[in-house]
Design a binder for this molecule. Structure first.
Ligand code: HEM
Ligand code: HEM
Length: 214
C-alpha cells in the first residue's frame, strides 16, 4: 500500500510538547523532593543546600511550564488546522462520532476505526483536560510562591482556599500528571504497533502517514 506523507504539527507545537514534557519531569522530581527530601536538606561542612537548589529548579521549571501553556493556548486559537481546539474536541457531529468510535476501538469492542491526521477526539479531550489542569498547577504554584501578592492572594483564596489547601491540591494534581505520562506513552506505543501512521515520530518531525493514492 502507498502512503501519503502529511504535515501535521508545526514547529511551535513540537517545541511546546518537549518544553511541557521536560518541565513536568523536572517539576515532579523536584516537587517530590520538596515534599519529602531524600537527603539531608543542608549538607553540613560542604556549604551545599540541596533543598534550596531543588526549590530553585522547581521554580525555573514552573516558568518554563507557564511559557509552554501560554504558547499552547495561542495555538488552540491561531495554530494550524489540526492544532486548533475545534479540530479535536467532541462538539461537532464528526468529532462526537470519532470520540465513541475511538473509545470502542481502544476497548477492543470494534475494529472499525479510521485514523485521523490530527488528534482523535478522545485523545484531544484528554489533552484539553491536561492543559486545564496544568493551568491549575500554575495558579496554585504561583499562589504558593508569591503569597504576598494581593492579586494572586485574591484568586488563590477564591479558587483553592488557604495556602495549605492550595498546597494539597498542588500535590494531588501531580499524581494526575504521573498517571497521564505512563498512560500516554503506553497508548502511543500501542497505536504505533497497530497502525503504520508514524505516530511517535510525528512529534519529532511534524509529519504523519495516511493510506493514499500517491
Ligand atoms: C506539573 C507541574 C508541577 C508539579 C508536578 C509540582 C509538584 C509540586 C509538589 C509535589 C510540591 C510539594 C508540595 C507538598 O508538600 O506536597 C510542590 C511545591 C511547590 N510548587 Fe510545584 N509543581 C508543579 C508546578 C509548579 C509551578 C508552575 C509553580 C510556580 C512557579 C510551582 C510552585 C511551587 C511552590 C511555590 C511550592 C512550595 C514550595 C515550598 O513550600 O517550599 N509548582 N510542587
Ligand atoms: C518520550 C515520551 C513521549 C513521546 C514519544 C510523546 C509523543 C507524543 C505524540 C506522538 C503526540 C501526538 C499524538 C497524536 O497525534 O494524537 C503527543 C501529544 C502530547 N503529549 Fe506526548 N509524548 C511523550 C511524553 C509526554 C509526557 C511525559 C507528557 C506530559 C506529562 C506529554 C504530553 C503530551 C500532550 C499534552 C500532547 C498533546 C499535544 C498537543 O496537542 O498540544 N507527552 N505526544
Amino acid at each position: 500500500m502507498k502512503y501519503e506523507k502529511r504535515k501535521v504539527w508545526g514547529v511551535l507545537l513540537r517545541l511546546f510538547h518537549w518544553a511541557f514534557v521536560l518541565s513536568i519531569v523536572a517539576l515532579t522530581v523536584t516537587g517530590i523532593y520538596v515534599h519529602n527530601p531524600w537527603t539531608n536538606t543542608v549538607l553540613e561542612g560542604t556549604g551545599r543546600f540541596p533543598l534550596a537548589t531543588m526549590r530553585y529548579i522547581h521554580f525555573v521549571a514552573g516558568f518554563v511550564l507557564t511559557g509552554a501553556i501560554l504558547t499552547r493556548i495561542y495555538l488552540l486559537v491561531f495554530g494550524n488546522r489540526h492544532e486548533k481546539f475545534l479540530d479535536f474536541i467532541p462538539v461537532t457531529p464528526r468529532n462526537i462520532k470519532n470520540f465513541f468510535a475511538t473509545l470502542a476501538y481502544y476497548l477492543y469492542l470494534s475494529d472499525k476505526y479510521r485514523p485521523r491526521s490530527g488528534h482523535n477526539a478522545l485523545a484531544g479531550s484528554i489533552y484539553l483536560v491536561t492543559f486545564f489542569l496544568a493551568l491549575g498547577q500554575i495558579l496554585t504554584g504561583f499562589y504558593l510562591l508569591y503569597p504576598e501578592n494581593l492579586t494572586l492572594q485574591g484568586i488563590g483564596l477564591k479558587l483553592f482556599g488557604t495556602q495549605q489547601q492550595a498546597r494539597f491540591i498542588h500535590h494531588l494534581l501531580m499524581w494526575y500528571f504521573i498517571l497521564y505520562a505512563f498512560t500516554h506513552i503506553y497508548i502511543l506505543i500501542w497505536n504505533d504497533i497497530k497502525r503504520p501512521q508514524g505516530l511517535i515520530s510525528s512529534i519529532f518531525n511534524g509529519t504523519k502517514f495516511k493510506p493514499g493514492k500517491v
